[in-house]
Design a binder for this molecule. Structure first.
Ligand code: G3P
Ligand code: CA
Length: 320
């Protein structure tokens, strides 16, 4: 299947999702060529504190096709946008709630999102850690992210730490599916004609559950470690099996560099490929710049999409 056909199928999938209004999306044009897709990782997170309004707004201003939300669940069952399972790296939680930590198995003090109510979390400053000029930015709920992004760019939520939540009796996929239903999202399609929403997870069970609960929403199965590569990306047959419950394969960029053959296996299986993450905040690479690195992943290795902290560096076309 060609990429434009795949993108058309993603649009069709989105149309059918959750029984939401279908007419507007059905009329959306499919992209004429195999346009590569730019996903702003945690927003434009090289330039603004991740998962804040400032980061999402800047990502949209820099032309992101999708803006990513990493999702966690509060004590009172609300989805909030934060990468970590705990609050201490990106907020001033230690200052406001000094005694509310738990010690993890490695002896580290952790202020888990799951131990705080939304009202408590909303008191936190999620901007100052990045730069004092962002003081006062707050963590966003999923609904607030929808208010900011929906209709201006696609949304690409990651169902984070699904096993952690399962152990606590919380099904993050079900919480997410209920949030979509409750919201009754206007299922209109952005100008690019792509699915307005796709989900992603490292957790196989979560991707399978998303296939069951949200069968029409595109689903990225993420890979970052050797075990996942061995189980799912060792040959064309396992990749084909993966395509029975995922629609997109999401390898760390190093995996793609080491195993470029997985792109052809994925495309043969009807999957798209999304690499992560190109960033000025990451370790230096052999490429002269971020644009060159992205160009290699997209146009030499054949990835369909990638996550980047630097949306303004994304090469829309192959450059000489
Ligand atoms: O979701 C793609 C990429 O973001 C995975 O890594 O740790 O940044 O969520 P992480
Ligand atoms: Ca992520």
């Amino acid at each position: 299947m060609t990429c434009s056909a795949l993108l058309r199928s993603l649009v069709a999938a989105a149309i059918l999702a959750a029984g939401l209004p279908v007419i507007a999306a059905a009329q959306a044009p499919a992209p004429a060529s195999r346009d590569r897709i730019l996903i702003a990782h945690r927003g434009a997170s090289a330039y603004a504190p991740e998962h804040t309004r400032a980061a999402y707004e800047l990502a949209i201003a820099q032309g992101a096709d999708y803006v990513e939300q990493d999702l966690a669940v509060t004590k009172d069952g609300v989805l909030v946008c934060i990468h970590d399972v705990s609050l201490e790296r990106t907020t001033n939680v230690e200052e406001l709630f000094p005694d509310r930590f738990k010690t993890d198995t490695e002896g580290r003090r952790r202020w888990y999102v799951a131990d705080f109510t939304l009202a408590e979390i909303k008191r936190l400053d999620a901007g100052s850690w990045f730069d004092p000029k962002f003081a006062g930015e707050t963590l966003l709920t999923w609904d607030e992210a929808v208010d900011i992004v929906w209709g201006r760019a696609g949304m690409y939520p990651e169902l984070k730490d699904a096993a952690f939540y399962r152990e606590r009796g919380v099904d993050i996929v079900a919480v997410f599916a209920a949030a979509l239903e409750r919201r009754g999202l206007p299922w209109t399609t952005p100008a690019q004609g792509r699915a307005p929403l796709a989900v992603q997870s490292f957790d196989e069970q979560a991707v399978r559950d998303a296939a069951r609960l949200l069968p029409r929403v595109p689903r990225t199965f993420l890979f970052g470690d050797r075990a996942g590569v061995q189980k799912w990306l060792s040959n064309a047959g396992t990749v084909k099996t993966l395509a029975t419950f995922a629609t997109d394969l999401g390898p760390n960029k190093r995996i793609l560099e080491e195993r470029p053959e997985i792109v052809a296996w994925a495309h043969e299986a009807g999957l798209t490929v999304t690499a992560w993450t190109v960033s000025s905040l990451a370790e230096k690479t052999a490429y002269p710049g971020l644009t060159e690195e992205m160009q290699h992943l997209l146009y030499d290795l054949g990835a369909d999409a990638l996550f980047t902290d630097n949306p303004n560096k994304f090469p829309r076309q192959r450059q000489p």
